[in-house]
Design a binder for this molecule. Structure first.
Ligand SMILES: [Zn+2]
Length: 200
């Protein structure tokens, strides 16, 4: 099946944290579309969002760091959208990313070279820096003037997150809105039976 990419959910272009949160989406039929499903794709995502220079090649370890932050970010954003308390582990993960901004090269000593300054692994620095920027954006969004408009798309099974642009708009895209309307029309016709995913 060819999957046509969805247009960005509202707020995604302005917020790195939503871009990361929405890099995995559940499609009608239940399958997941994951933009970070390999080190190569995770690299392309970072480069595409201006978070890593061209020519970067992520290792699997870095990809897993990024998907781990995404999981925690989604948990905190969803809890916020539902008006519940975030789980401490997810909050802690965001705070770790916030505070892991690479610092200056450290002072080391070796008998051969004496004192010298060594930067940590450059690739790790790129990923740490990217994650710090994403976490910073999340912290600002979740405590800023738009916090009350953070919502999950209301068109099941879509689980994208967004900043609602209009008070009544409950879905992330025209496609999700159309599916929701079709589902409602089908439900009205057939009682409470769920509609098939005719617009999948
Ligand atoms: Zn949606």
């Amino acid at each position: 099946m060819t999957i046509v990419p969805l247009p960005d959910a509202p707020g995604t272009a302005e917020h790195l944290c939503l871009a990361l949160a929405n890099s995995v989406v559940t499609l009608p039929g239940g399958q997941q579309l994951d933009e970070l499903d390999s080190p190569m794709n995770a690299t392309a995502w970072l480069v595409g969002h201006g978070l890593a220079p061209h020519g970067t090649g992520l290792l699997e370890y870095c990809q897993l760091q990024l998907t781990d932050l995404r999981r925690k970010l989604r948990a905190v954003l969803l809890a916020h959208a539902e008006g519940t308390a975030p789980d401490p582990d997810s909050l802690e993960g965001i705070n770790r990313a916030l505070s892991a901004v690479p610092s200056a090269a450290l002072l080391r000593y070796s008998p051969d070279e004496g004192l010298n300054r060594v930067a940590s692994h450059p690739l790790t620095q790129i990923v740490d820096h990217a994650m710090a920027q994403i976490a910073e954006d999340a912290a600002a969004l979740l405590t800023g003037p738009d916090a009350a408009r953070i919502a999950r798309c209301a068109s099941e099974p879509c689980d994208r997150l967004m900043v609602r642009t209009h008070g009544r708009r409950q879905w992330c895209s025209a496609r999700c809105g159309a599916r929701q309307r079709a589902n409602r029309a089908y439900a009205r016709k057939k009682g409470s039976a769920p509609a098939p995913d005719i617009l999948a």
